[in-house]
Write a protein that binds this ligand. Structure first.
Ligand code: PMM
Length: 292
């Protein structure tokens, strides 16, 4: 934790003096938000490098779509998609995160140069995940997750969504700590859109301060998600397609950075890179004012 700005850091990763930008490379044929456009190793590596050129601090590589209703990819296929892309980006000096629920994919990715494991199940999907991350000494993103089935009605009912997400994340963090992952390597994530309605996502975004009270850096992954489609829907109620939600995503990035998020995970990096820099400048002005 930086005492002056209150900014949180993650052991084992570079330090950024502002909210970090995590660019997304989905190496899948069926990702809802980029239509499988990057389903090719060379194209995926090039896309990751382009994201870095546009201002991404780290690149999150995933080979399995988590969109509602997506079928699970088998392990061999996930490895085939992810490992060459992780290796290609890491060999170019990119800070690489791997988005996987499988311990084997996490282990092989770390061996290929990844430095962060991002598991949307928070270690629940694969019992071997936490021991693998602990053994490697890798930083770990623990996302709020209520199971494979997602969407509006499935396990998405809450009385007080902020308290419930915090309590459930706290329980996962305890399990991850008990499994041997160091406290200063744990990142928490509210899991926007996972077993949550649009209003749940918005309330969680309004209360990132409470999530930060868990004592771990917070990752926010709002990019192109359904709740933004709902917010932007026209009078007929039709949400714009995922690719037309990037300006809204950048707005969330500014809001998240302003509330002290450690990082934001986005598909379109350029606008978010600007947004987090503006948030940093405003924060710098506030700190300078306090010094006068
Ligand atoms: N969402 C998706 C994929 N990976 N990782 C984290 N930590 N948090 C998320 O909310 C999250 C994630 C699904 O979105 P995508 O298919 O657009 O990548």
């Amino acid at each position: 934790m930086n005492k002056r700005s209150g900014r949180s850091q993650v052991a084992g990763l570079p330090e950024w003096d502002r909210c970090a930008v995590m660019g997304v490379v989905n190496v899948t044929p069926d990702s809802f938000s980029d239509g499988g456009h990057w389903f090719d190793t060379t194209a995926a590596v090039k896309h990751g490098l382009d994201l870095v050129a546009e201002g991404a601090d780290l690149v999150d590589v995933g080979g399995e779509s988590t969109r509602p209703g997506a079928a699970r990819v088998d392990e061999a296929e996930e490895l085939k998609r992810v490992i060459p892309v992780v290796r290609g980006l890491a060999s170019e000096g990119v800070t690489v995160s791997v988005d996987t629920m499988r311990a084997s994919v996490a282990e092989r990715s770390l061996a290929a140069g990844a430095v962060l494991v991002n598991d949307v199940s928070g270690g629940l999907a694969d019992p071997a995940m936490i021991p693998a991350v602990a053994a490697a000494g890798a930083p770990f993103v623990v996302m709020h997750w209520r199971g494979f089935l997602q969407g509006s009605t499935v396990r998405g009912s809450y009385v007080d969504v902020v308290s419930e997400v915090i309590d459930e994340l706290h329980a996962r963090v305890e399990a991850v700590l008990a499994g041997g992952v160091a406290a200063d390597r744990i990142v928490v994530d509210p899991g926007l859109g996972f077993s949550k309605e649009a209003e749940h996502d918005l309330i969680l975004l309004a209360h990132l301060d409470r999530l930060r009270e868990l004592g771990h850096p917070v990752l926010v992954a709002a990019s192109r998600k359904r709740f933004l489609g709902r917010v932007l829907a026209g009078p007929e109620g039709a949400p714009p397609p995922a690719r037309e939600r990037d300006a809204a995503t950048a707005a969330v990035s500014a809001l998240a950075a302003h509330q002290g998020a450690w990082a934001v995970r986005v598909h379109e990096v350029r606008a978010t890179a600007d947004a987090v820099r503006v948030a940093r400048a405003v924060e710098g002005a506030r700190i300078a004012e306090g010094d006068r």
